[in-house]
Design a protein around this ligand. Structure first.
Ligand code: HEC
Length: 333
């Protein structure tokens, strides 16, 4: 009897250990948040009415989790430890941001970048436009990116641009928040750097809000960032048993396969909200359990992969980048 009891106790203990983000923990975090944080940060975490405030959705991608209780301390007059800190963070991880994305941290709003562009020891802003466009005007402290051919190249370039290590947050932008920025975003992730986001709506969205621009080239001392050993996003495609459908990206002639036109995923205000984006993907016949052979511009493939990440999918992508698979067990999408 005693033995059975202790086995049960051990199992229960193990179960609670393996489910640290249980509904209970989130509920506790929600209560803490609504009593202590909501009046300034709002229910979605993205209210910016309070002077100088930063939005909180995607915060766990942007800031090392251990720093979050310390950063909030000046505003609530106390800090959080142990299970309380865990609960608060579990709740912050559920915030979907103003556009409703499951992983909102991969998208950076111009508002947030305006707050952060001066913090050059924590953030590196990367301009993926042409050198002449960069020289004419760019976001202050942004550095110029050269398209890379391999993960090794990408990593070397990050170090050359002064990205100090895995905790530096990288924000990439192009003219309009489209395939060019997404290609750099994907290359950076494949090189093993996970803290990276795309500026929503790109440089166009930045200037339309009259945020500052600069003409002087930014330079930072190169870093000795060691190459990460386990790059995320380079898993083998595991859904080989699924029938492969062809997905044509961009304007290509021929009638074969499904089509994806990235221009339909944006509005004047940057990317469409998650619900509209899902409806658009549905209308294109792109479903959650498919294996797709991507044809066309690789930058547009990277853009589709970027959207899937924002929607909470973990698509598996072949090393050549032209087969993407959406495993059935991903329920978030
Ligand atoms: C009185 C209003 C107020 C309250 C209450 C408040 N905050 Fe904030 N919070 C701010 C402001 C203003 C900033 C921006 C400060 C800055 O960037 O230096 C901020 C920034 C933050 C940051 C840093 C964001 C970043 O991008 O650097 C975090 C994390 C944070 N708050 C979490 C919390 C949490 C968690 C709570 C509740 C426990 C909370 N805050 C309660 C006003 C508040």
């Amino acid at each position: 009897m005693i033995r059975t009891g202790s086995v049960v106790a051990i199992l229960l203990l193990a179960a609670s250990f393996f489910q640290p983000k249980s509904e209970d923990l989130r509920a506790k975090g929600r209560t803490l948040y609504s009593s202590l944080c909501q009046r300034c940060h709002g229910e979605t975490g993205d209210d910016v009415g309070y002077p100088g405030i930063s939005p909180l959705s995607g915060i766990t991608l942007r800031i090392p989790v251990k720093d979050i209780p310390t950063l909030s301390a000046p505003f609530v007059g106390r800090t959080f430890e142990g299970r309380e800190a865990e609960a608060l963070i579990a709740h912050l991880e559920t915030l979907k941001g103003e556009k409703g994305f499951d992983q909102p941290g991969y998208l950076f709003s111009p508002y947030l970048l305006e707050k952060k562009h001066g913090e050059t020891s924590h953030y590196r802003i990367i301009d993926t436009r042409q050198p002449t466009e960069y020289q004419a005007r760019h976001i202050p402290n942004a550095v110029l990116w050269k398209p890379t051919a391999s993960a090794d190249d990408t990593h070397k370039q990050l170090a050359a641009l002064g990205v100090a290590g895995p905790e530096t947050f990288v924000v990439v932008y192009d003219f309009n928040g489209g395939p060019q920025a997404a290609a750099a975003w994907w290359a950076i992730r494949k090189a093993g750097h996970g803290r990276v986001a795309v500026l929503d709506g790109g440089f166009q969205n930045w200037t339309s809000q009259a945020y500052p621009v600069s003409r002087s080239a930014s330079l930072f001392a190169p870093s000795s960032y060691p190459r990460p050993t386990t790059p995320p996003g380079s898993e083998p495609v595991l859904c080989q048993e699924l029938e492969e459908k062809i997905l044509v990206l961009g304007e290509t002639s021929g009638s074969e396969g499904l089509r994806f036109d990235w221009r339909k995923t944006r509005s004047d205000n940057g990317l469409l909200p998650a619900s509209d984006l899902r409806a658009f993907l549905d209308s294109m016949g792109i479903d959650v359990s498919g294996r797709y052979h991507l044809k066309g511009d690789p930058r547009e493939s990277a853009y589709l992969i970027f959207l899937l990440h924002l929607l909470g999918q973990s698509p598996q992508v072949s090393s050549t980048g032209d087969t993407v698979c959406l495993p059935r067990q991903n329920q978030a999408y």
